[in-house]
Design a binder for this molecule. Structure first.
Ligand code: FE2
Length: 442
């Protein structure tokens, strides 16, 4: 495979058709409690893409959706995201990359949003049509980074946005009705990439990592003009959720890339952050996310020290952590990740099994996937609103290594050894994507 087609062939090969299906083969039994839509986005460039310009994290995107209800598959569809041009009133004339929607999906106030790495989120209809750009009632001057954080207690949505023009990092707080109620600048001293962050009951946890803005990459027209900075420093910042950001406490860590945060919580005056650490980003692979394996880490931020206390919870290659969405900001027992295993070309994004971590007991169980299938990010759906933590289902799409048909899989999250609860055969291939979400029926 030529280097320029690395993210256009094999498991990443884009689909060329939009389909809507209502009759799908199901093996197993779809739980009646799953009443809503599972959605997932990812890069899916149009056929006329110039391979030299393709970037896995800043590309024309396609969203896939499977509607479940009454123990049946009601529909499955896939649609390209077609964002309108970003109007200046949303961005205050800052140079903001396209709102491609390929990096993440989230729900808020009953709506679904597709997020870009550093663009304005797109609002999607339940039928996956692109409705408009999301300004949440006020301009988001630099859009938003892909991973927002919900606060289940207040119903608020917190967004970070990074940019290479000062201020380099912004924090937006959206109320439960979807209206922006506060924006503030955060103290990032130089422009860096910030893919994810954490929220606790009292604090925001941010990352200042050596993946820095690179002017040469910008002038070259690269959609994400950030590169690994050799000998650059890394640190974790802790600041109050509201009020002045000048009180940020910084905790040094070894240079790394934090790909995703599983969650964070407070224990007395300490803050514990569970996250996936990778050795670098945009150092070797400038078009995707393949700069080395991820490992599961626990970082404790103790005010007595100016460095983070780091414990490797699991050094085996993995990424894409999932927790019970009802407990994103408090201590929890269960955590699922997707194992990283090299594909036929030695690249790491493909996962042929999942891990269930019992953080309470320090144990890990492996969840096998059907033979020759690979998983990307999974989504956890509680069995019902008052179910105990971790009781529910894991949903996700599987990509087959050679078959022309993908699958959706539903797993009992409490039983890693069990056969899948259901396997839904999809009408066409399923390329590896980025992230998904669940939109329950209101
Ligand atoms: Fe992500």
């Amino acid at each position: 495979m030529s280097r320029s087609r690395r993210y256009l062939d094999g498991l990443f090969a884009p689909l060329t058709e939009e389909l809507t299906s209502h009759e799908l083969d199901v093996a197993g039994r779809i739980p009646a409690g799953l009443d809503g839509r599972y959605l997932r986005t990812g890069a899916n460039p149009r056929p006329d893409i110039d391979p030299e310009r393709h970037h896995l994290l800043a590309a024309t995107a396609m969203v896939h959706g499977t509607e479940l209800g009454g123990g049946r598959v009601l529909s499955h569809r896939n649609r390209w995201i077609t964002p309108p041009p970003v109007p200046p009133r949303l961005t205050r004339d800052l140079l903001v990359p396209a709102a491609d929607g390929c990096a993440g999906l989230f729900t808020h106030a009953g709506d679904v949003f597709a997020s870009a790495e550093m663009g304005v989120p797109c609002r999607l209809s339940p039928q996956l049509e692109t409705l408009d750009l999301a300004d949440f009632g006020a301009p988001l001057p630099t859009g938003a980074a892909p991973h927002p954080r919900h606060d289940p207690r207040s119903g608020e949505l917190h967004l970070l946005a990074y940019h290479f023009e000062a201020p380099y990092l912004r924090h937006h707080r959206i109320d439960a009705r979807g209206q922006l109620i506060e924006s503030r600048d955060l103290p990032l001293p130089q422009p860096g990439m910030v893919h994810d962050f954490a929220l606790t009951a009292q604090h925001l946890v941010i990352f200042d990592l050596p993946v820095r803005f690179n002017e040469d990459a910008l002038l070259d027209g690269q959609p994400l003009p950030y590169r690994w900075e050799e000998r650059g420093a890394a640190r974790i910042g802790l600041l109050p959720r509201q009020g002045p950001s000048t009180t940020t406490r910084w905790f040094a860590i070894d240079p790394c890339w934090v790909s995703h945060v599983a969650g964070a919580f407070e224990v007395g005056d300490r803050v514990v952050v569970d996250l996936i650490r990778k050795p670098s980003r945009f150092r070797h692979d400038l078009r995707g996310d393949d700069d080395g394996p991820g490992e599961l880490l626990r970082c404790t931020l103790d005010p007595r020290f100016d460095f983070a206390l780091v414990e490797v919870l699991d050094a085996d290659p993995q990424d894409l952590p999932v927790v019970d969405p009802r407990l994103p900001n408090s201590e929890r027992r269960w955590l699922w990740t997707t194992a990283q295993e090299p594909d036929d070309h030695g690249h790491l994004p493909a996962g042929r099994e999942l891990y269930r971590h019992d953080l309470g007991r320090g144990q890990r169980a492996t969840i096998a996937l059907p033979e020759d299938f690979c998983a990307g990010a999974m989504t956890f759906v509680p069995a019902h609103p008052s179910a105990p933590e971790g009781k529910g289902w894991l949903l996700g799409y599987l990509s087959h290594r050679s078959d022309e048909f993908g699958e959706m899989i539903i797993l009992d999250a409490t039983r890693p050894e069990a056969e899948p609860v259901a396997r839904i055969r999809l009408p066409q291939r399923m390329p590896l994507g980025s992230h998904g979400c669940w939109l329950g029926r209101p």
